[in-house]
Design a protein around this ligand. Structure first.
Ligand code: 26V
Length: 823
């Protein structure tokens, strides 16, 4: 019923201005000259959202009401969506119009974007790829629904007190989130606990009834996911837990008011907060409840709309393909079995066939401690029926395994879905491998390591299930949106085709030899670095020189990511400058960002060390401002959008064989940073693409790490043999950076000297060599700029569009569906 000239759809300057002023007045109750930043943000957000509704409705209808349209279902406990307003403006293709509309009203668009509080519903990389793939699916016009949890509090806000990390609640919903629409009529009920009962149905067949001890409601909230310059707007459906009745009237009638609301409070706890751990498990009941909650909501939702559209439940796997983003949603496998067998009356074998044809599993980690497992007792208590189903799956699966490995009891034990070595656990990765038709890693090296170590025995039973899908990043957000200056230069130089086909950046290559272009490239970089320097000064009162090399390490703080290796390098450089003040040095600004899991003591100590080193170096006037160290607090998508484009040098220094892929490495490189990195994760593929001359490789390779460990690694010898390493560690140990508490960093240095699980000591010398190589190139500024240009030009492979196309081709087998909004 909407016409194209309707004001609420129009993309003209006038329509957008009118829409904005309308919202400001009728929705925010204010005038432009009295509006707060938040008013202006909210009004513009609603104006832009209006332009998405019709497209979204058409896409949603296609996905849910047509039983023959194949839909990709993405299940993820985390989505790192980032700020929405700027992104949606870019994807609608109206950046310039909106900018002009705001300017005409005397408003600076950037300050409007700055007023948005981002939904921080993720820890890091895994949530980022979930968001990029939804963006990619929409841009490729493939119908898709992402399901997840609407955490009331996202990842904690980080601040520093005396250099230590402090965590504060992330109240991202405080001012309302204009990008969601509540869908009350699609609410579903979720059961927990209780027991199961075997009963006979009308026709005398045995059937299992689950009698729960607790029931709650899941309410969906839909977030729009527009593709780039297409009509497709897919759905991210996030679930909130609510009590079925907000009051228990029986308690209320006997005067127990608190008892009556208690149930409401405890039900709603389930979606209160995102667990802030990545790469380590915390066997908390609430987390298991979160996982089951959103997965059951999602599958019920899919079954409901498939049956409503006249689909036959036996064709479930034809309509949907369901991708599991790591093991967090793996309980979906027994849940689909339960729905099919117990609720839809499908026979076990047929149900298992459908289930195995429905699920694909993406594995995101190489750290053994990140492989999820749940105590059998706990899982059986929360989900008694699922525990039975898991045992039944295991029984049949192990029979199959025995056919492959007769008389290999040891292999059968490692394949089992149940770990019986001590307390019994359900191994979620094993369940995911048994129950899905595809198992993929996220970079070549990781997939190879999965096949030869982590999931070796699964690989020998099911070689056909294994495949690699090297991660990618969304070029609209990670280049166009965050680097408008570079985008303009690219558009002016090679046209705009690259925006939808990142491989076209290749045509930039010849310009690396063009002095005029090289100068423009340098000028752009300089302006971007100025912006960041200004932000750093405003926030932290630290002056950094935009002419210095911006050397940046931003990511979660973790020992395997080795932020402490970077710190040792900085300290040794500082020491060198102090010892030889008359030599010439490359001025450098070291920038850090990242959060530590609140219970991860070593990571928090690393943060304290970085801040302490920064304090000393930044206040030492004897080094003439040659080096500066900045730790930007509360690293999140919004901050990162200022950081990536400003980098000269990107630090990707994980111990080889530990970082599954990395995606920050891609964001830096596509924005023209050179990488100093180990032979790990996607670094390897980035180096392959950009060329070894344009990448500073260092350190042990994964197999060398392994054999050094096996031959008896002694980190202390590196301390003895490398003078600058020794001096750096001694400075820490002598209290140079902690004068009031000499031994503050002992746990860290002792660990390095006598244990060093991640081989920081072994890689130090080669790391310093790679850094010196980088400094040499830096001092020939045109050569550096050329390498920077070639980085951007050769990053086409890492567009998430390429990754999504590969998922579509090999796993999802879903087609593009054109959305015609004039229908
Ligand atoms: C793991 C766990 C373990 C159990 C408890 C809570 C929890 C929460 C999050 C995670 C995520 C760990 C997996 C992860 O984020 N992997 C990262 O995935 C990125 C995208 O594929 C990849 O680039 C990174 O290398 C990888 O560390």
């Amino acid at each position: 019923f909407l016409k194209q000239h309707d004001d609420r759809i129009g993309l003209t300057l006038e329509a957008i201005k009118d829409g904005f002023l309308d919202y400001l007045f009728f929705n925010r109750g204010t005038y432009p000259d009295q509006a707060t930043d938040q008013d202006i943000y909210q009004a513009l957000a609603m104006t832009i959202r209006d332009r998405l509704v019709q497209r979204w409705l058409h896409t949603y209808k296609k996905a849910t009401m047509e039983k023959d349209t194949r839909v990709v279902i993405y299940l993820s406990a985390e989505y790192l969506m980032g700020p929405q307003l700027g992104h949606n403006i870019v994807n609608l293709g109206v950046r310039e119009v909106v900018e002009k509309a705001m300017n005409d009203l005397g408003i600076d668009l950037q300050s409007v974007l700055d007023a948005e509080v981002e939904p921080g519903l993720a820890n890091g990389g895994l949530g980022n790829v979930a968001a990029s793939y939804l963006d990619g699916l929409s841009s490729l016009e493939v119908p898709a629904i992402g399901y997840g949890i609407r955490y009331e509090f996202g990842l904690f806000r980080q601040s520093f007190s005396n250099g230590w990390q402090i965590e504060e609640t992330d109240k991202w919903l405080q001012f309302g989130f204009p990008w969601e629409i509540q869908q009350f009529d699609r609410a579903v009920e979720i059961k927990f606990g209780g027991s199961t009962q075997r009963v006979k149905d009308e026709s005398g067949n045995e059937k299992v009834n689950w009698i729960p001890s607790e029931e709650i409601k899941g309410i969906p909230y839909d977030v729009f996911v527009p593709g780039y310059k297409v009509n497709t707007v897919n759905t991210l459906r996030l679930w909130k837990a609510e009590a079925i009745d907000s009051f228990n009237f029986q308690s209320f009638n006997v005067g127990d008011y608190y008892g009556a609301v208690d149930k409401k409070v405890s039900s709603e706890n389930i979606t209160k907060v995102l667990y802030p751990n990545d790469e380590s498990i915390e066997g908390k009941i609430l987390r298991l409840k979160q996982q089951y909650f959103f997965v059951s909501c999602a599958l019920q939702d899919c079954v409901n709309f498939f049956l409503e559209s006249g689909g036959n439940i036996l064709d479930f796997h034809e309509k949907f393909v369901v991708q599991l983003n790591d093991t967090h949603p793996t309980i979906a496998i027994p849940e689909l079995m339960r729905i099919l067998v117990d609720e839809q009356g499908v026979a076990w074998d047929e149900a298992w066939h459908i289930t195995q044809k429905t699920f694909g599993y993406t594995q995101h980690t190489l750290l053994p401690e990140a492989l999820e497992k749940w105590p059998v007792g706990l899982l059986g208590q929360i989900l008694p029926r699922h525990m039975e189903i898991i045992y039944d799956i295991n029984y049949k699966f192990l029979n199959l395994a025995r056919e492959h490995f007769p008389n290999h009891q040891e292999i059968i034990r490692t394949l089992s879905l149940i770990d019986e070595t001590g307390e019994k656990y359900v191994r979620m990765a094993n369940l995911a491998c048994a129950g899905s038709f595809s198992i993929n890693g996220v970079a070549n090296l990781q997939t190879e390591l999965l096949k030869s170590y982590t999931l070796k025995d699964f690989y020998s039973i099911f070689p056909e299930k294994f495949n690699n899908k090297t991660n990618g990043i969304a070029p609209r957000r990670w280049l166009m949106l965050i680097n408008n200056r570079l985008t303009q230069l690219l558009d002016d130089t090679i046209g705009t085709g690259w925006e939808k086909d990142l491989d076209q950046l290749k045509s930039l290559e010849p310009f690396a030899e063009n002095q005029d272009f090289v100068n423009k490239w340098k000028a752009v970089k300089k302006e971007i670095k100025n912006d960041l320097a200004q932000r750093i000064f405003e926030q932290q009162r630290v002056k950094v020189d935009p002419n210095s090399m911006f050397d940046i390490l931003v990511k979660r703080i973790h020992e395997y990511k080795r932020q402490h290796l970077k710190v040792l390098h900085i300290i040794s450089l500082y020491r060198k400058i102090k010892d030889n003040p008359n030599e010439s040095y490359v001025p450098r600004t070291f920038i850090f960002g990242g959060k530590a899991a609140p219970g991860y003591r070593m990571a928090k100590l690393i943060i304290k060390l970085i801040n302490s080193v920064a304090e000393v170096i930044n206040n030492d006037s004897s080094i003439n401002d040659l080096i500066k160290v900045v730790f930007i607090p509360n690293y999140n998508v919004r901050n990162s959008q200022w950081i990536y484009p400003a980098a000269d040098l990107s630090e990707q220094i994980s111990t080889a064989g530990k970082e599954a892929s990395g995606t920050g490495n891609m964001k830096f490189s596509v924005n023209g940073a050179l990488t100093v990195g180990t032979y790990d994760g996607a670094n390897i593929e980035i180096r392959e693409e950009v060329g070894s001359d344009n990448f500073f490789l260092f350190g042990l390779k994964a197999d060398e790490v392994k054999s050094l460990k096996e031959s008896g690694y002694n980190p202390y010898t590196y301390y003895q043999e490398n003078e600058s390493l020794r001096k750096a560690i001694d400075m820490i140990n002598h209290g140079y950076f902690s004068p009031n508490e000499r031994d503050l960093f002992r746990p860290l240095t002792d660990h390095l000297l006598y244990y060093d699980e991640y081989m920081v000591m072994a890689d130090f010398t080669d790391y310093v060599r790679a850094q010196e190589e980088a400094e040499q190139l830096w001092s020939q500024s045109d050569a550096w700029a050329k390498a920077s240009i070639l980085n951007t030009a050769r990053m086409g492979k890492f567009s998430s569009d390429r990754t999504v196309r590969e998922y579509l081709r090999d796993i999802w087998k879903a087609d593009a569906v054109e959305i015609n909004i004039k229908d």
